[in-house]
Ligand binder design. Structure first.
Ligand code: SF4
Ligand code: SF4
Ligand code: SF4
Length: 388
């Protein structure tokens, strides 16, 4: 039962579940928002590499944010959240409660080195429930002073969920699981039905709006699937050359030749730079980030780095630091994109308890079974009653 339950919502290896006989170690991001400076180089690099059209240059009257949210033409979005001391205090308070509840933390072999940021790789992970010495005692002597004001800056992206609702509901197979454990849309297979849009618990995927060929900006170049043996027989259906074979062309070059928008009506989202991964390269956004706020690598390594970093911040007095997406027993089986946040997820526009639609299937089937049995019992009872 445990195995089948994990096929619906628990911890699992998504690439193996997608029938990749041999596959790469699962790849993912660790976005450390505590060192993001809001430069938006990640947003720009993503647009540049993927040939995503501009989606408006309006000022939204929301701090320095002019893109607003993730969408069909914004695959990376840097949120700017201004906070005063009252809100920062609340963030610290909620963070302390999480620590007292037993957030995963680390105990370093060399505490001095950890405070300097150098011992993350040698830190020993402790399981949830086991606290760092003094962690449950509330604000410690090392709590940093609360500033009058601060900006939270966080670069959001597709979560590349372990159990991806967008992929589960897609009727055409346009969304597929790659050998890296990521989730990618094939532009030329998507029929624009929009089921994925409604299913995504994070509000990430969106159909591109506008009029085909009527808007300025570079055009999307579609997705090439490495090789021909991908799951579901969808390999090799991409619109352009195979980047894994080294034939990728930067889409912005041909965008300049016609300036048309493509894929109007088609579901669009971050591909975790599938073409670059196939060529052994780092995703464009992580490559461009000047502060290493966006880290990319094997997911296990990313999660270990995230746990080490949150423990380091706690020790430095930032009790508001917490992780998002690392819990494999959450509603989506954990995510491929892990985040370190400095306040509650809702503050960044993230759902606090995302759930994949399949997570509720066992409960729904059980309730339907009870209802069926009850009806049978009532029907049987009515016959027995008639005979008397
Ligand atoms: S965040 Fe949404 S779009 Fe991304 S993989 Fe998960 S369900 Fe799909
Ligand atoms: S991984 Fe690639 S597609 Fe995804 S946000 Fe980064 S640059 Fe954009
Ligand atoms: S490039 Fe890095 S530092 Fe700049 S906004 Fe993006 S995540 Fe933040």
């Amino acid at each position: 039962m445990g195995f089948w339950r994990n096929q619906l919502s628990g911890p699992t290896d998504p690439a193996a579940d997608a029938a990749w006989d041999t596959h790469e170690p699962r790849k993912g991001f660790f976005t450390d928002t505590s060192i993001c400076i809001g430069c938006k180089a990640c947003e720009v690099a993503c647009k540049e590499w993927n040939g995503i059209p501009e989606d408006g240059l309006d000022l939204l009257n929301q701090s320095y944010d002019n893109t607003g949210a993730l969408g069909a033409s914004t695959w990376r979005h840097v949120a700017f959240v201004e906070q005063t001391s009252d809100r920062i205090e609340q963030a610290r308070e909620s963070g302390r409660k999480l620590v007292s509840l037993g957030m995963p933390s680390v105990r370093s072999h060399d505490e001095t080195a950890l405070a300097g940021g150098g011992a993350a790789a040698t830190a020993t992970l402790t399981p949830p429930g086991e606290l760092l010495p003094g962690a449950a005692a509330g604000p410690g002597p090392t709590d940093t002073p609360v500033p009058d004001v601060r900006w939270l800056m966080a670069s959001d992206v597709c979560k590349h969920c372990t159990h991806a609702a967008c992929l589960d509901v897609c009727p055409t197979g346009a969304l597929f699981r790659t050998e890296f454990g990521t989730v990618v849309v094939q532009d030329d297979v998507c029929n624009g039905c929009g089921y994925c849009v409604a299913a995504c618990p994070f509000g990430v995927i969106e159909r591109r709006s506008g009029h085909e060929g009527h808007e300025k900006g570079p055009q999307s170049h579609g997705i090439s699937i490495k090789g021909s043996g991908g799951p579901g027989g969808t390999g090799g259906t991409g619109a352009t050359g195979n980047a894994g074979g080294g034939s990728h062309q930067n889409p912005s070059s041909h965008a300049e030749t016609n300036g048309e928008v493509k894929n109007v009506g088609i579901a669009q989202k971050c591909t975790l730079c599938y073409d670059r991964l196939g060529a052994g390269q780092t995703p464009a956004c992580a490559q461009a980030c000047p502060t290493t706020s966006i880290k990319f690598g094997d997911l296990d390594e990313m999660r270990a780095t995230a746990r080490a970093r949150v423990a380091q911040l706690h020790e430095l007095g930032y009790s508001e630091a917490r992780l998002y997406g690392v819990d494999e027993n959450d509603g989506v089986g954990g995510t491929g994109s892990t985040f370190l946040l400095l306040d509650e997820p809702e503050v960044y526009g993230l759902p606090p308890d995302p759930r994949v639609t399949t997570a509720d299937l066992p409960d729904m089937f059980r309730k339907a079974g009870y209802a069926g049995l009850t009806m049978l019992a009532m029907a049987a009872a009515s016959f027995v009653g008639r005979r008397k």
